[in-house]
Design a protein around this ligand. Sequence first.
Ligand SMILES: [Fe+2]
Length: 201
Amino acid sequence: MTNYVTGSTIKQLREKKGYTQKQLADLLLVSDKAVSKWETQKGLPDISLLEPLAKVLSVSVAELLSGEYVTNRNRAGNMMRTKFYVCPVCGNVIHSMGEGSFSCCGILLPVLEAETTDETHSICVECIENDYYVTMNHPMRKDHFLSFFAYITPNQVQLKKLYPEQNPEARFFRTGQGILYAYCNQHGLFQINTAESQKNG
Ligand SMILES: [Fe+2]
């Protein structure tokens, strides 16, 4: 029989977090006997428990299932590898320093591929004092609106969440060359390099 999650993975991760079986059980609202069974391969956690289990063990469901988790590797993060994920159901915006596996409302979110701006999604940038003033001539109706602007440099992310009826604008403190993003709920993610935007005025 193939187990979708192994007892040794659960045990290792639990010990790494410093939880006793009882503490882990309490967090998941199951009995400590159940946890003991999982760890000794006498039982498997219910599928519905995988997400909460991964959460309390601070790993992704994928890591929990594969048993191959990334342990404090302290990889040098570079914001320029930033990825965005938007939940099509609730509109949740997830920003990640690299590609990952994220789900929301029961859906595994696809990574957004940014496009260069087009005529109807053109990001306008103005330098005002120490800021970039970013706008787009775009509807802000409930069914079609910009959901966020973001400005990303190698070591910083600034994100302005937008809602229908608001003005499609954001002000970001200038911290160097980077990428400006705008996300339209219907047409997706658009990007422009700040260097380019200044060339164009
Ligand atoms: Fe749009």
